[in-house]
Design a protein around this ligand. Structure first.
Ligand code: C5P
Length: 298
């Protein structure tokens, strides 16, 4: 028997970052929006823990026990006293790898829900979310989907209302960016500066609630963007190309290097994607809508 779970990518429509905490993490006001690009995680009973991956960027995905999906299966088995999990996890990968779209977190949430279903362990939602938070700051949101405010290091979620469909274009860069490296660059750039407490934006909540793309465009903010641009200056050209093609707004997605462009409708999104591909400032461009549901058993 196999179980497949579909999990969405995310974009951060607000990523307000505070100073480094004693544990090295940063307190955030992190507004996540799930977008309709998905990985499908399939689990099947097996003699031992095994991981495979398919898709255009499959060669960039680690297939050992460091993969968050494998760690999710190990953590769930441990929670239920099951010992070493005998499971084959297959990831059909469509979310850009190491791109700031939480692809690894999505796979972890997908593997967790899929294993819970396969093993009949009936873990409570609360326990699943606790395991997600141990695996990574973005993993709880991948389980929940939709839109949510993340406080703490991003794992403490409050769901948000979204009153319409938003049209996005994502420009996929060559190569990834390491999230810890981007946060370290944020620390370097803000050295000696009093970093304010991260605060969520009421204007952003209102834009999501009313589904107004122009209002959302005006409220988009990512405090990690200067750090991502500092490590990858060429992203400025990608941002410019999308803006010149008519995007309402452009920003780095999370820690990057994927860049996100908000369009006024589906037609505008297609035009922006075509212009980005023609600009040769990115490897490829994908259109997607939000919000999208969280991890779902197919
Ligand atoms: O939680 P996660 O494993 O995804 O975090 C990866 C890295 O990103 C952390 O080790 C830390 O360097 C950085 N991070 C941070 N503050 C956060 C989330 C992540 O500094 N709120």
């Amino acid at each position: 028997m196999s179980v497949t779970v579909r999990v969405p990518a995310k974009v951060n429509v607000q990523l307000a970052v505070g100073g480094a905490r004693p544990d090295g993490f940063h307190d955030l006001a992190n507004v996540f929006l799930a977008v309709g690009l998905y990985d499908d995680v399939t689990v099947t009973a097996s003699d031992s823990l095994r991981l495979t991956c398919s898709g255009p960027d499959a060669d960039q995905v680690p297939l050992d026990r460091t993969n968050l999906a494998a760690r999710a299966a190990i953590a769930l088995a441990a929670r239920h006293g099951l010992g070493e999990p005998g499971v084959h996890i297959h990831i059909a990968k469509d979310i850009p790898v190491a791109g700031g779209m939480a692809g690894g977190s999505a796979d972890a949430a997908g593997a967790l829900l899929a294993c819970d279903t396969l093993w009949g362990t009936e873990t409570s939602r609360e326990d699943l979310l606790a395991i997600c938070a141990e695996l990574g700051s973005d993993v709880p949101f991948s389980l929940v989907g939709g839109a949510a405010l993340g406080r703490g290091r991003g794992e403490l979620l409050t769901p948000l209302e979204v009153g319409g469909t938003f049209h996005w274009v994502f420009a996929v860069a060559d190569g990834g960016l390491s999230t810890p490296a981007v946060y370290a660059e944020f620390d370097r750039l803000t050295e000696g500066v009093a970093v304010p407490e991260p605060e969520p934006s009421p204007a952003l909540f209102e834009a999501l609630r009313t589904g107004d793309p122009s209002a959302l465009a005006a409220a988009l903010a990512n405090d990690l963007q200067p750090a991502a641009l500092s490590l990858r200056p060429s992203l400025a050209e990608t941002l410019r190309a999308g803006t010149e093609a008519g995007a309402l707004a452009a920003l780095v997605s999370g820690s990057g290097p994927t860049t996100a462009f908000l369009a006024k409708d589906a037609e505008a999104a297609t035009a922006v994607a075509e212009a980005l591909i023609a600009s040769a400032t990115c490897r490829t461009a994908r259109v997607a809508v939000s919000p999208a549901p969280g991890a779902t058993v197919l």
